[in-house]
Design a protein around this ligand. Structure first.
Ligand code: 2BA
Ligand code: 2BA
Length: 107
């Protein structure tokens, strides 16, 4: 079994959650905050059988979209107070970590 930790944009999280259920995946969704943009995103935890990991990643890929955001540099770095032009930031559809699971127990 593997644990997929998928950080996705809030805009995609509802649709992703529905599609995971539709395709038979169990998941937990946690509210999270991106360290760079300091705005809300969602972290999905999925405990998935090894042979289903690629299918789960496909569902995540299909439902999460890359978007462009513009931010004022001083919002990210207060020292950049003299830089007023917004900078473009590509926020990915999903950042996924896949970790080994020793054991799953339910009580
Ligand atoms: P449980 O399997 O006891 O799961 C309770 C909660 O634990 C789940 O809440 C979910 O937050 C988390 N969880 C369980 N298995 C997980 C996994 N493999 N990876 C990540 N998180 C996991 P809910 O998602 O609200 O589910 C409540 C109950 O609904 C579940 O109880 C299960 O009996 C059923 N269920 C959930 N997903 C299902 C699915 N895709 N198909 C059929 N039944 C499902
Ligand atoms: P944020 O930290 O708010 O980052 C949003 C976007 O800003 C990132 O998109 C990336 O394009 C840019 N960015 C982030 N940190 C940067 C830095 N130190 N320097 C320059 N640009 C930076 P994504 O890479 O697609 O990441 C989307 C969200 O996924 C992140 O939100 C963060 O919550 C999470 N994430 C991404 N990589 C991670 C990692 N290695 N570890 C933990 N969380 C990660």
């Amino acid at each position: 079994m593997k644990l997929i930790l998928a950080i996705v944009q809030d805009k995609d999280s509802q649709q992703l959650q529905s599609h995971l259920v539709k395709d038979g995946f169990r998941s937990t969704r946690l509210p999270s905050t991106g360290g760079f943009l300091k705005s809300g995103n969602s972290t999905f935890i999925l405990g998935v059988e090894d042979e289903k990991v690629d299918d789960a990643l496909d569902v995540i890929k299909e439902n999460c979209h890359t978007r462009t955001q513009y931010v004022t540099p001083s919002f990210i770095l207060p020292e950049a107070v003299n830089m007023s032009d917004p900078v473009e930031v590509q926020v990915g559809g999903a950042t996924c970590f896949i970790l080994p699971v020793d054991k799953l127990v339910r009580f």
